[in-house]
Ligand binder design. Structure first.
Ligand SMILES: [Zn+2]
Ligand SMILES: [Zn+2]
Length: 250
């Protein structure tokens, strides 16, 4: 009955793919099948600490680490793990740029469904008490009018029945990625960028940090450093996308 009704509705009100405008027959799909083919999802084997994809054919071991994490040694810079859903390339990159700079919210809504669909590949449904999207500085928020991380994580939080925490941590320093030319400068710029306003909402709880793109990991690590100071039980990070090679992205 439900399928009949859905079929009827999709004939009357066809949905279009927010990227290419072609008609989507499956009403539950986030993008059309041909656009989704241009999404390069990250699958095993990946680094068990930072989530970066490892060369195909490497054994998928619980302790597999990428070259960067190996060179940093245990626990450096902060003890937490990150997973990324797809490479920041092809249609994923196009969609994120159209959301952030073209302010195309329908693209954002479809990307948020994509995040919700892929979460279960990395974490169990009951793993966290709340999702904490990377906060934007109020100045950046005024320029962009929305925080893309909040928009991207909202359906996931609703689906898991956990809170989307927008008030516990604030961004107290405005930093521009363009102002730093090296990774070291970028990390230095980010120092002290976040402040925990309500540590009682972190202490003893399991928290998932969410960012749109993982470039060098500097932003998530700085946020993790602040959150860890409030004593969470467990802290992980999830990003929609990840740069194929570390660098600065717009
Ligand atoms: Zn499409
Ligand atoms: Zn790694």
């Amino acid at each position: 009955m439900k399928n009949l009704l859905e079929g009827f509705l999709s004939t009357l009100f066809p949905r279009s793919c927010p990227l290419c405008r072609s008609v989507i027959l499956d009403r539950g799909a986030c993008f059309c099948p041909s656009c989704l083919e241009g999404f390069e999802t990250i699958r095993e084997p990946f680094c068990r600490r930072c989530g970066s994809p490892l060369p195909h054919g490497m054994p998928d071991r619980e302790d597999a680490l990428c070259g960067v994490c190996l060179s940093r040694g245990p626990g450096f810079p902060v003890p937490f793990t990150v997973r990324s859903i797809a490479l920041y390339a092809g249609n994923v990159r196009t969609a994120i740029l159209r959301l952030k700079f073209g302010r195309e919210r329908p693209v954002g809504r479809s990307l948020s469904l994509f995040v919700k669909e892929h979460y279960g590949r990395f974490f169990p449904a009951e793993a966290f008490h709340s999702i904490l999207p990377v906060p934007l500085h109020p100045r950046r928020l005024r320029e962009r009018e929305f925080n893309q991380c909040v928009l991207l994580a909202r359906p996931l939080a609703a689906h898991l029945g956990i809170s989307l925490d927008l008030h516990t941590v604030e961004r107290v320093r405005h930093t521009s990625p363009q102002s730093a030319s090296t990774e070291a400068e970028r990390r230095k710029n980010l120092r002290g960028a976040f402040r925990v306003r309500r540590p009682e909402r972190i202490r003893g709880r399991s928290i998932l940090l969410f960012d749109d793109v993982y470039t060098t990991g500097a932003t998530l690590e700085e946020l993790a450093r602040s959150v860890l100071s409030a004593g969470p039980r467990r802290l992980c990070g999830l990003t929609l996308a990840r740069s194929p090679s570390p660098g600065i992205h717009p």
